[in-house]
Ligand binder design. Structure first.
Ligand SMILES: [Zn+2]
Length: 426
Protein backbone atom coordinates (compact mmCIF):
# COMPACT_ATOMS: atom_id res chain seq x y z
CA UNK A 1 0.00 0.00 0.00
CA UNK A 2 1.21 3.49 -0.84
CA UNK A 3 0.35 5.97 1.87
CA UNK A 4 -1.38 8.37 -0.53
CA UNK A 5 -3.82 5.59 -1.47
CA UNK A 6 -4.57 4.56 2.11
CA UNK A 7 -8.19 5.63 2.54
CA UNK A 8 -7.83 7.00 6.04
CA UNK A 9 -8.30 10.49 7.42
CA UNK A 10 -5.60 11.44 9.92
CA UNK A 11 -6.19 14.46 12.13
CA UNK A 12 -3.61 16.78 13.61
CA UNK A 13 -3.86 18.90 16.73
CA UNK A 14 -6.57 18.44 19.31
CA UNK A 15 -9.52 16.15 18.69
CA UNK A 16 -12.87 17.50 19.84
CA UNK A 17 -15.21 15.20 21.74
CA UNK A 18 -12.64 12.53 22.64
CA UNK A 19 -12.48 11.97 26.38
CA UNK A 20 -9.67 9.47 26.75
CA UNK A 21 -6.17 9.46 25.33
CA UNK A 22 -6.85 6.16 23.57
CA UNK A 23 -10.01 7.46 21.92
CA UNK A 24 -8.15 10.59 20.80
CA UNK A 25 -5.39 8.50 19.25
CA UNK A 26 -7.83 6.10 17.53
CA UNK A 27 -9.49 9.11 15.86
CA UNK A 28 -6.26 11.00 15.12
CA UNK A 29 -4.73 7.94 13.49
CA UNK A 30 -7.89 7.32 11.49
CA UNK A 31 -8.53 3.84 12.93
CA UNK A 32 -12.20 4.59 13.52
CA UNK A 33 -14.78 7.03 12.23
CA UNK A 34 -17.87 7.82 14.26
CA UNK A 35 -20.82 7.18 11.95
CA UNK A 36 -23.38 7.82 14.72
CA UNK A 37 -23.39 8.08 18.52
CA UNK A 38 -22.18 4.67 19.65
CA UNK A 39 -21.60 3.33 16.12
CA UNK A 40 -18.16 3.39 14.50
CA UNK A 41 -16.86 2.61 11.04
CA UNK A 42 -13.67 0.61 11.24
CA UNK A 43 -11.43 2.15 8.59
CA UNK A 44 -8.96 0.11 6.50
CA UNK A 45 -6.42 0.59 9.33
CA UNK A 46 -8.80 -0.15 12.21
CA UNK A 47 -10.34 -3.15 10.45
CA UNK A 48 -6.88 -4.54 9.74
CA UNK A 49 -6.03 -4.42 13.47
CA UNK A 50 -9.39 -5.90 14.46
CA UNK A 51 -9.00 -8.75 11.93
CA UNK A 52 -5.62 -9.54 13.43
CA UNK A 53 -7.03 -9.58 16.94
CA UNK A 54 -9.82 -11.85 15.63
CA UNK A 55 -7.26 -14.23 14.19
CA UNK A 56 -5.37 -14.46 17.49
CA UNK A 57 -8.70 -15.26 19.17
CA UNK A 58 -9.58 -17.84 16.48
CA UNK A 59 -6.22 -19.47 16.88
CA UNK A 60 -6.62 -19.83 20.66
CA UNK A 61 -10.28 -20.91 20.48
CA UNK A 62 -9.42 -23.59 17.89
CA UNK A 63 -6.57 -24.72 20.17
CA UNK A 64 -9.13 -25.55 22.89
CA UNK A 65 -11.24 -27.48 20.34
CA UNK A 66 -13.67 -24.65 19.56
CA UNK A 67 -15.72 -24.93 16.36
CA UNK A 68 -16.45 -21.65 14.60
CA UNK A 69 -20.00 -20.84 13.45
CA UNK A 70 -21.79 -17.73 12.28
CA UNK A 71 -25.22 -17.07 13.79
CA UNK A 72 -27.73 -14.57 12.39
CA UNK A 73 -27.49 -10.94 13.59
CA UNK A 74 -31.27 -10.53 13.52
CA UNK A 75 -33.57 -13.14 15.03
CA UNK A 76 -37.31 -13.60 15.46
CA UNK A 77 -38.62 -12.83 18.93
CA UNK A 78 -39.96 -16.36 19.56
CA UNK A 79 -36.59 -17.77 20.71
CA UNK A 80 -36.19 -14.87 23.15
CA UNK A 81 -39.70 -15.46 24.48
CA UNK A 82 -38.79 -19.08 25.31
CA UNK A 83 -36.32 -17.90 27.96
CA UNK A 84 -38.32 -14.82 28.96
CA UNK A 85 -35.47 -12.51 28.10
CA UNK A 86 -37.55 -10.82 25.38
CA UNK A 87 -39.25 -8.95 28.24
CA UNK A 88 -36.61 -9.06 30.98
CA UNK A 89 -33.60 -7.64 29.11
CA UNK A 90 -33.97 -3.91 28.69
CA UNK A 91 -31.28 -3.25 26.06
CA UNK A 92 -32.66 -5.45 23.26
CA UNK A 93 -33.44 -3.49 20.09
CA UNK A 94 -36.80 -4.75 18.82
CA UNK A 95 -38.64 -4.12 15.58
CA UNK A 96 -41.57 -5.40 13.56
CA UNK A 97 -41.32 -6.59 9.96
CA UNK A 98 -43.81 -5.37 7.34
CA UNK A 99 -45.77 -8.58 7.80
CA UNK A 100 -46.01 -8.02 11.56
CA UNK A 101 -43.35 -10.47 12.80
CA UNK A 102 -41.45 -9.37 15.93
CA UNK A 103 -37.65 -9.33 15.56
CA UNK A 104 -34.69 -8.53 17.77
CA UNK A 105 -31.18 -7.43 16.86
CA UNK A 106 -29.27 -9.90 19.00
CA UNK A 107 -27.42 -8.29 21.94
CA UNK A 108 -25.97 -11.75 22.75
CA UNK A 109 -26.64 -15.24 21.35
CA UNK A 110 -27.44 -17.80 24.08
CA UNK A 111 -30.96 -18.41 22.73
CA UNK A 112 -29.79 -18.75 19.12
CA UNK A 113 -26.96 -21.17 19.96
CA UNK A 114 -29.19 -23.25 22.27
CA UNK A 115 -31.67 -23.54 19.41
CA UNK A 116 -28.89 -24.75 17.13
CA UNK A 117 -27.71 -27.21 19.80
CA UNK A 118 -31.27 -28.63 19.89
CA UNK A 119 -30.81 -29.62 16.25
CA UNK A 120 -27.41 -31.32 16.69
CA UNK A 121 -27.10 -32.65 20.24
CA UNK A 122 -28.42 -36.18 20.60
CA UNK A 123 -26.01 -38.28 22.62
CA UNK A 124 -23.68 -37.82 25.61
CA UNK A 125 -20.91 -39.07 23.30
CA UNK A 126 -20.91 -35.72 21.45
CA UNK A 127 -19.90 -33.77 24.58
CA UNK A 128 -18.06 -31.76 25.53
CA UNK A 129 -18.14 -29.40 22.58
CA UNK A 130 -17.70 -25.67 22.19
CA UNK A 131 -19.13 -23.46 19.44
CA UNK A 132 -17.99 -19.89 18.93
CA UNK A 133 -18.52 -16.99 16.58
CA UNK A 134 -17.10 -13.55 15.93
CA UNK A 135 -20.14 -11.45 15.22
CA UNK A 136 -21.64 -7.97 15.36
CA UNK A 137 -23.91 -7.24 18.34
CA UNK A 138 -26.22 -4.33 18.96
CA UNK A 139 -27.35 -3.16 22.38
CA UNK A 140 -29.84 -0.36 22.82
CA UNK A 141 -27.79 1.36 25.53
CA UNK A 142 -29.28 4.50 27.06
CA UNK A 143 -25.83 5.87 27.74
CA UNK A 144 -22.79 5.58 25.50
CA UNK A 145 -19.37 6.63 26.58
CA UNK A 146 -17.18 8.52 24.16
CA UNK A 147 -14.87 6.16 22.41
CA UNK A 148 -14.81 2.46 21.74
CA UNK A 149 -15.37 1.24 25.28
CA UNK A 150 -19.14 1.43 25.52
CA UNK A 151 -20.73 1.51 22.08
CA UNK A 152 -24.15 0.44 20.83
CA UNK A 153 -22.79 -1.69 18.01
CA UNK A 154 -19.64 -3.74 18.50
CA UNK A 155 -17.89 -6.94 17.46
CA UNK A 156 -17.79 -9.73 19.98
CA UNK A 157 -16.38 -13.22 20.16
CA UNK A 158 -18.92 -15.36 21.96
CA UNK A 159 -18.37 -19.02 22.73
CA UNK A 160 -20.72 -21.59 24.25
CA UNK A 161 -19.76 -24.97 25.68
CA UNK A 162 -21.98 -27.98 26.46
CA UNK A 163 -21.26 -30.60 29.12
CA UNK A 164 -22.64 -33.68 30.83
CA UNK A 165 -21.41 -32.82 34.31
CA UNK A 166 -20.50 -29.78 36.40
CA UNK A 167 -17.05 -31.27 36.83
CA UNK A 168 -16.55 -31.39 33.07
CA UNK A 169 -17.76 -27.78 32.72
CA UNK A 170 -15.27 -26.66 35.36
CA UNK A 171 -12.46 -28.44 33.54
CA UNK A 172 -13.31 -26.70 30.28
CA UNK A 173 -13.86 -23.35 32.03
CA UNK A 174 -10.28 -23.57 33.26
CA UNK A 175 -8.99 -24.34 29.74
CA UNK A 176 -10.82 -21.32 28.36
CA UNK A 177 -9.53 -19.20 31.24
CA UNK A 178 -5.94 -20.13 30.35
CA UNK A 179 -6.61 -19.47 26.64
CA UNK A 180 -7.80 -15.97 27.55
CA UNK A 181 -4.55 -15.24 29.39
CA UNK A 182 -2.58 -16.41 26.34
CA UNK A 183 -4.59 -14.49 23.77
CA UNK A 184 -4.72 -11.16 25.61
CA UNK A 185 -0.97 -11.38 26.07
CA UNK A 186 -0.51 -12.14 22.36
CA UNK A 187 -2.56 -9.01 21.59
CA UNK A 188 0.03 -7.02 23.55
CA UNK A 189 -2.00 -6.31 26.69
CA UNK A 190 0.03 -6.24 29.90
CA UNK A 191 -1.79 -5.16 33.03
CA UNK A 192 -4.91 -7.35 32.85
CA UNK A 193 -6.39 -9.65 35.50
CA UNK A 194 -9.38 -11.88 36.07
CA UNK A 195 -11.85 -10.71 38.72
CA UNK A 196 -14.85 -12.35 40.32
CA UNK A 197 -18.11 -10.86 39.01
CA UNK A 198 -21.86 -11.22 39.34
CA UNK A 199 -23.62 -12.80 36.38
CA UNK A 200 -26.27 -10.15 35.65
CA UNK A 201 -28.66 -10.98 32.79
CA UNK A 202 -26.83 -14.07 31.61
CA UNK A 203 -28.09 -16.54 34.21
CA UNK A 204 -25.82 -18.92 36.12
CA UNK A 205 -23.90 -18.12 39.27
CA UNK A 206 -20.21 -18.47 38.54
CA UNK A 207 -18.51 -15.79 36.48
CA UNK A 208 -15.20 -14.00 36.02
CA UNK A 209 -14.40 -10.83 34.12
CA UNK A 210 -11.09 -10.11 32.45
CA UNK A 211 -10.24 -6.49 33.19
CA UNK A 212 -7.48 -4.25 31.92
CA UNK A 213 -6.45 -2.12 34.88
CA UNK A 214 -6.34 1.53 33.80
CA UNK A 215 -7.45 4.88 35.22
CA UNK A 216 -9.52 5.35 32.03
CA UNK A 217 -11.68 2.32 32.89
CA UNK A 218 -15.37 2.70 33.69
CA UNK A 219 -15.53 -0.30 36.04
CA UNK A 220 -14.58 -0.24 39.71
CA UNK A 221 -12.51 -3.19 40.92
CA UNK A 222 -11.34 -4.28 44.36
CA UNK A 223 -8.02 -6.02 44.68
CA UNK A 224 -6.30 -7.55 47.70
CA UNK A 225 -2.66 -8.56 48.29
CA UNK A 226 -3.91 -12.06 49.18
CA UNK A 227 -4.96 -12.60 45.55
CA UNK A 228 -8.67 -11.84 45.94
CA UNK A 229 -10.00 -9.72 43.07
CA UNK A 230 -13.60 -8.75 42.37
CA UNK A 231 -15.75 -6.11 40.74
CA UNK A 232 -17.89 -3.80 42.84
CA UNK A 233 -21.01 -5.99 42.55
CA UNK A 234 -19.35 -8.74 44.54
CA UNK A 235 -17.87 -6.84 47.50
CA UNK A 236 -19.41 -4.69 50.21
CA UNK A 237 -18.30 -1.28 48.93
CA UNK A 238 -18.99 0.48 52.20
CA UNK A 239 -16.56 -1.52 54.32
CA UNK A 240 -14.31 -2.49 51.36
CA UNK A 241 -12.92 -5.37 53.39
CA UNK A 242 -11.52 -8.50 51.74
CA UNK A 243 -13.96 -11.40 52.29
CA UNK A 244 -11.04 -13.82 52.12
CA UNK A 245 -8.45 -12.34 54.53
CA UNK A 246 -10.19 -9.36 56.17
CA UNK A 247 -7.66 -6.75 55.02
CA UNK A 248 -8.67 -3.44 53.44
CA UNK A 249 -9.22 -3.80 49.66
CA UNK A 250 -7.45 -1.61 47.09
CA UNK A 251 -9.78 0.19 44.69
CA UNK A 252 -8.71 0.43 41.03
CA UNK A 253 -10.41 1.10 37.70
CA UNK A 254 -10.65 -1.27 34.75
CA UNK A 255 -11.90 -1.83 31.22
CA UNK A 256 -13.73 -5.13 30.81
CA UNK A 257 -12.24 -6.99 27.85
CA UNK A 258 -13.73 -10.43 28.38
CA UNK A 259 -16.03 -12.46 30.58
CA UNK A 260 -16.52 -16.16 31.25
CA UNK A 261 -19.67 -17.68 32.77
CA UNK A 262 -20.79 -21.01 34.08
CA UNK A 263 -24.36 -20.81 32.82
CA UNK A 264 -25.66 -24.01 34.34
CA UNK A 265 -28.94 -25.38 32.95
CA UNK A 266 -30.99 -22.19 32.57
CA UNK A 267 -30.97 -22.00 28.76
CA UNK A 268 -31.10 -25.75 28.17
CA UNK A 269 -33.99 -26.08 30.64
CA UNK A 270 -36.08 -23.22 29.33
CA UNK A 271 -35.54 -24.20 25.70
CA UNK A 272 -35.87 -27.98 26.26
CA UNK A 273 -32.41 -28.91 25.05
CA UNK A 274 -31.75 -32.53 26.02
CA UNK A 275 -29.54 -35.51 25.19
CA UNK A 276 -29.53 -39.22 25.90
CA UNK A 277 -27.03 -40.34 28.55
CA UNK A 278 -25.13 -43.67 28.74
CA UNK A 279 -28.06 -45.44 30.40
CA UNK A 280 -30.49 -44.23 27.73
CA UNK A 281 -32.07 -41.60 29.96
CA UNK A 282 -33.00 -38.11 28.73
CA UNK A 283 -30.84 -35.44 30.43
CA UNK A 284 -30.25 -31.68 30.30
CA UNK A 285 -26.72 -30.49 29.44
CA UNK A 286 -24.80 -27.89 31.45
CA UNK A 287 -23.54 -24.83 29.56
CA UNK A 288 -20.70 -22.36 29.81
CA UNK A 289 -20.26 -19.15 27.85
CA UNK A 290 -17.17 -17.08 27.10
CA UNK A 291 -17.15 -13.56 25.62
CA UNK A 292 -14.54 -11.12 24.37
CA UNK A 293 -15.25 -7.56 23.18
CA UNK A 294 -13.09 -7.62 20.06
CA UNK A 295 -13.31 -3.92 19.19
CA UNK A 296 -12.79 -3.14 22.87
CA UNK A 297 -9.55 -5.11 22.83
CA UNK A 298 -8.23 -2.77 20.12
CA UNK A 299 -9.29 0.22 22.22
CA UNK A 300 -7.68 -1.33 25.31
CA UNK A 301 -4.36 -1.92 23.51
CA UNK A 302 -4.29 1.72 22.40
CA UNK A 303 -5.30 2.92 25.86
CA UNK A 304 -2.57 0.93 27.58
CA UNK A 305 0.38 1.14 25.18
CA UNK A 306 0.08 4.37 23.17
CA UNK A 307 2.57 7.19 23.65
CA UNK A 308 1.80 10.83 22.86
CA UNK A 309 2.49 10.27 19.16
CA UNK A 310 0.29 7.28 18.45
CA UNK A 311 -0.54 3.65 19.19
CA UNK A 312 2.10 0.98 19.68
CA UNK A 313 1.19 -2.41 18.18
CA UNK A 314 3.12 -5.66 18.19
CA UNK A 315 3.99 -7.73 15.11
CA UNK A 316 0.75 -9.74 15.45
CA UNK A 317 -1.62 -6.76 15.62
CA UNK A 318 0.07 -4.02 13.54
CA UNK A 319 -1.70 -3.08 10.29
CA UNK A 320 1.70 -3.12 8.49
CA UNK A 321 4.84 -5.02 9.48
CA UNK A 322 7.11 -2.54 7.71
CA UNK A 323 6.89 1.06 6.56
CA UNK A 324 9.43 2.29 4.01
CA UNK A 325 10.03 6.03 4.02
CA UNK A 326 11.95 7.72 1.22
CA UNK A 327 13.42 11.10 2.13
CA UNK A 328 13.85 13.37 -0.87
CA UNK A 329 17.30 13.90 -2.44
CA UNK A 330 18.27 15.80 -5.60
CA UNK A 331 18.53 12.81 -7.94
CA UNK A 332 15.57 10.90 -6.49
CA UNK A 333 17.82 7.89 -5.82
CA UNK A 334 16.26 7.52 -2.37
CA UNK A 335 12.74 7.35 -3.82
CA UNK A 336 13.88 4.76 -6.37
CA UNK A 337 15.44 2.53 -3.74
CA UNK A 338 12.50 2.97 -1.35
CA UNK A 339 10.15 1.86 -4.12
CA UNK A 340 12.35 -1.13 -4.95
CA UNK A 341 12.45 -2.24 -1.32
CA UNK A 342 8.68 -1.83 -1.16
CA UNK A 343 8.18 -3.95 -4.29
CA UNK A 344 10.53 -6.67 -3.03
CA UNK A 345 8.88 -6.86 0.39
CA UNK A 346 5.44 -6.99 -1.20
CA UNK A 347 6.55 -9.83 -3.48
CA UNK A 348 7.86 -11.66 -0.40
CA UNK A 349 4.36 -11.49 1.12
CA UNK A 350 5.21 -8.88 3.76
CA UNK A 351 2.58 -6.27 4.67
CA UNK A 352 4.36 -3.05 3.78
CA UNK A 353 3.50 0.63 3.48
CA UNK A 354 5.46 3.06 1.28
CA UNK A 355 5.76 6.77 1.99
CA UNK A 356 7.42 8.40 -1.02
CA UNK A 357 5.32 11.54 -0.84
CA UNK A 358 6.86 14.83 -1.68
CA UNK A 359 6.44 16.14 1.86
CA UNK A 360 8.55 17.12 4.87
CA UNK A 361 10.35 14.42 6.87
CA UNK A 362 8.61 15.61 10.05
CA UNK A 363 5.20 15.02 8.54
CA UNK A 364 6.19 11.56 7.34
CA UNK A 365 7.52 10.59 10.77
CA UNK A 366 4.39 11.89 12.51
CA UNK A 367 2.23 9.77 10.19
CA UNK A 368 4.52 6.78 10.72
CA UNK A 369 4.01 7.08 14.51
CA UNK A 370 0.23 7.02 14.01
CA UNK A 371 0.28 4.01 11.67
CA UNK A 372 2.92 2.39 13.88
CA UNK A 373 4.49 -0.33 11.74
CA UNK A 374 6.89 -2.16 14.11
CA UNK A 375 9.75 -1.80 11.58
CA UNK A 376 10.43 1.56 9.91
CA UNK A 377 12.99 1.77 7.13
CA UNK A 378 14.27 5.24 6.29
CA UNK A 379 16.02 5.69 2.96
CA UNK A 380 17.99 8.95 3.06
CA UNK A 381 20.85 10.43 1.07
CA UNK A 382 23.07 10.44 4.14
CA UNK A 383 22.70 6.69 4.83
CA UNK A 384 22.86 5.74 1.17
CA UNK A 385 26.33 7.30 1.01
CA UNK A 386 27.37 4.46 3.38
CA UNK A 387 25.28 1.91 1.47
CA UNK A 388 22.95 1.66 4.43
CA UNK A 389 19.27 2.03 5.31
CA UNK A 390 18.26 3.35 8.71
CA UNK A 391 15.94 1.14 10.82
CA UNK A 392 13.66 2.31 13.63
CA UNK A 393 11.36 0.19 15.79
CA UNK A 394 7.97 0.88 17.29
CA UNK A 395 6.81 -2.30 18.96
CA UNK A 396 4.85 -3.28 22.05
CA UNK A 397 6.35 -5.56 24.72
CA UNK A 398 9.70 -6.10 23.05
CA UNK A 399 13.20 -4.96 23.96
CA UNK A 400 14.67 -3.76 20.65
CA UNK A 401 17.97 -2.49 22.11
CA UNK A 402 19.97 -5.40 20.64
CA UNK A 403 18.49 -4.98 17.13
CA UNK A 404 20.44 -3.08 14.42
CA UNK A 405 19.84 0.62 13.73
CA UNK A 406 21.02 0.30 10.14
CA UNK A 407 21.08 -2.48 7.56
CA UNK A 408 23.14 -2.98 4.41
CA UNK A 409 21.55 -2.12 1.09
CA UNK A 410 22.95 -5.37 -0.38
CA UNK A 411 20.94 -8.03 1.46
CA UNK A 412 18.05 -6.05 2.92
CA UNK A 413 15.33 -8.59 2.14
CA UNK A 414 16.91 -11.37 4.19
CA UNK A 415 17.71 -8.98 7.05
CA UNK A 416 14.16 -7.61 7.15
CA UNK A 417 12.66 -11.11 7.10
CA UNK A 418 14.92 -12.03 10.03
CA UNK A 419 13.88 -8.89 11.92
CA UNK A 420 10.18 -9.67 11.38
CA UNK A 421 10.57 -13.21 12.66
CA UNK A 422 12.53 -11.96 15.70
CA UNK A 423 9.87 -9.36 16.51
CA UNK A 424 7.15 -12.00 16.11
CA UNK A 425 8.55 -14.04 18.98
CA UNK A 426 6.91 -13.16 22.27
ZN1 LIG B 1 -7.44 -10.54 50.97
Amino acid sequence: MKIENLCVNRLYGDVAGATTRGHKIAIKGGYVYQTFQGGYTLTPLGWSVVRKIENIIRDEMNAIDGQEVLLPVVCTADLWKETGRYDSMDNIAKFKSRSGTDYVICPTHEEVITDYARSVLKSYRQMPFMLYQIQTKFRDELRVRAGLIRTREFIMKDAYSFHETQEDLEKYYKRCFDAYYRLFKRCGLKNFVDVLASSGDMGGKFTHEFQLITDMGEDTLYICDCGFRANKEVVDEESAVCPKCGKKLNKVRGIEIGQVFQLGKFYADSMHLTYTDASGEEKTPIMGCYGIGVTRVMAAIIEESADDNGPVWNMETAPFAVEVIGLADKENKTFELAEKIYDDLKKAGIEVLLDNRDSRAGEKFADADLIAAPIRLIVSQKNLANNQIEVKYRVNNFDTSSLPNAIDVKDYLKTIQDLISKLSQQ
